[in-house]
Design a protein around this ligand. Structure first.
Ligand code: BES
Ligand code: MN
Ligand code: ZN
Length: 491
């Protein structure tokens, strides 16, 4: 989507349409009411839309798209993102190619620039479709090609442009993540994911990417990770992306993403129903790779590393079995109770490897537990961690981006549940508090560094359309991690 900024009043610009937000009861929020006739029967309920075709010559637009933002006192970032997302989807349905997005109002602490950025976020994220596998394109109308913002105050122009560019870069990284996740597992093997990371790194400045194969992973002794990979013919890959935007003496933030390109459960096979969704079990990996893309394109002065232990979890003849004991990279032994608790095995080794960087913080992001969906549903990320400062900065970023987190405790007494009779630890703690015992398991493999674990099992794949997240791969975590890095860098 092309984004342009014009130093004009909106009704001086030619475009197919203009999008105007409309608060309940308050009529248009726009400063340009003189140009539009009242539409008394439009209530302005959040995300409702109304398209009118103004008489020719009265405005420069063929269509005016009103979009509700709900009650004025309840307008927030999410409503603005959602409203503009819906408006742009409606615009597409009405064959609109170019649209002016009106941001000519103030709401509490949000100025016009902030509102423009939120509108653009909604427009880009809500417009996403995954079409590469559709050979019949009938019924799919082409996307809106260009959105236009107006800023009559010349002094504000550069600041607006800068904000919009940043928003666009970050949102395009989200779409990049969604593409990786949406791709079927036969076209998104660990090898292909590794190649995608390498291809991406080649296009970015100050990013180095190494992808380790089976032998190198064996040499490192990542046997927990390798245990998961045993049941598949697809070889595992350990993906390392390093972005050096800061001083070389500065310790990096290490991001670890769960990279199961398909999770069948292994010998502890999952039921068939919805198993196809397990192609999205690499959503954490997609998030950390896409975060590197965003910050490298923005050139932020910070050092960030992304690590992904990529593999499939399949029940082949040489697969991992319940009862097997694995010796992890850190040296701890793990008794495998359930081969479907594979994510934590791969993460254990990646988290221990993170210590090699002496990081200032470690954040892992993973579609880790079905229990997290039971506890928090599809709209909240489960957060656990060892460092108050790190946790509070992630929470701040969460509220800013609308990728909301909810903290769960790393409750010591539950460690009992993951004690093993034969090894140092076992990989499942039974049904009670399944998200927390997974977090407790991971903690054993994290060195003495500030660490946060994000369980995105509920949020990664959406089962129905949300205001600005179309059904399917959400690309969750990219905006959260990117905004977190902005906060971390400036502190
Ligand atoms: N990838 C799944 C978790 C998951 C389930 C993510 C549904 C998204 C939607 C994970 O590997 C898994 O299978 N976890 C098990 C752990 C259990 C065996 C302790 C689970 O949650 O059932
Ligand atoms: Mn599993
Ligand atoms: Zn999994």
């Amino acid at each position: 989507m092309k984004v342009s900024v014009k130093n004009k009043e909106p009704f001086q610009i030619k475009a197919d349409a203009i999008v105007i937000p409309w608060a309940e009861g308050k009529k248009g929020l726009t400063a340009y009411r003189e140009f539009i006739s009242d539409i008394d029967d439009f209530e302005g309920k959040a995300y409702d839309t109304r398209v009118i075709y103004p008489p020719e010559g009265k405005t420069p637009y063929k269509k005016i798209i009103f979009v509700g933002v709900g009650k004025e006192e309840k307008i927030d970032r999410e409503k603005i993102r959602g409203a503009f997302s819906r408006a742009l989807q409606v615009a597409r349905n009405h064959h609109v190619k170019t649209a002016v997005l009106d941001n000519s109002y103030n709401y509490e602490h949000m100025d016009r620039i902030k509102i423009a950025a939120l509108a653009l976020e909604g427009a880009i994220l809500g417009h996403y479709r995954f079409l590469p596998y559709k050979t019949e394109r009938e019924g799919f109308l082409p996307d809106v090609e260009e959105v236009i913002f107006v800023e009559p105050r010349r002094s504000q122009l550069n600041q607006l442009k800068e904000h919009l560019r940043e928003t666009q870069v970050i949102c395009e990284a989200v779409l990049f993540a969604r593409d990786l996740i949406s791709a079927p597992a036969n076209d998104m093997t660990p090898t292909i994911l590794g190649n995608k990371a390498k291809e991406l790194a080649k296009k970015l400045e100050r990013v180095k990417c190494r992808v380790l194969g089976r032998e190198e992973i064996e040499r490192l002794g990542m046997n927990a990770f390798l245990g998961v990979a045993k049941g598949s013919h697809e070889p595992p890959r350990f993906i390392i992306m390093e972005y050096k935007g800061g001083k070389s003496s500065e310790s990096p933030v290490v991001l670890v993403g769960k990279g199961l390109t398909f999770d069948s459960g292994g010998i502890s096979l999952k039921p068939a129903e919805k198993m196809e969704e397990m192609k999205s079990d690499m959503s954490g990996a997609a998030a950390v790779i896409a975060t590197i893309k965003a910050i490298a394109e923005l050139g932020w002065p910070i050092n960030v590393v992304a690590l992904v232990a990529a593999t499939e979890n399949l029940p082949g003849g040489s697969a991992l079995k319940p009862g097997d004991v694995l010796k992890s990279y850190a040296g701890k032994t793990i008794e495998v109770i359930n081969t479907d608790a594979e994510g934590r095995l791969t993460l254990a080794d990646a988290l221990s490897y993170a210590a090699e960087y002496k990081p200032s913080a470690i954040i892992d992001i993973a579609t880790l537990t079905g229990a997290c969906i039971v506890a928090l549903g599809e709209q909240l990320i489960g957060l656990m961690g060892t460092d108050e400062n790190l946790k509070s900065k992630i929470k701040e970023a969460a509220d800013e981006t609308g990728e909301f987190v909810w903290e769960l405790p790393l409750w010591e007494p539950y460690e009992e549940q993951i004690k093993s009779d034969v090894a140092d630890v076992k990989n499942t703690g039974g049904r009670p508090a399944g998200t927390i015992t997974a977090g407790l398991f991971l903690r054993k493999f994290v060195g003495d560094f500030p660490w946060v674990h994000l369980d995105i099992a509920g949020c990664a794949w959406q089962n129905k359309d949300r205001p600005y997240i179309p059904k399917g791969a959400a690309g969750i975590g990219v905006r959260l991690l990117t905004h977190f890095l902005r906060i971390w860098r400036s502190s």
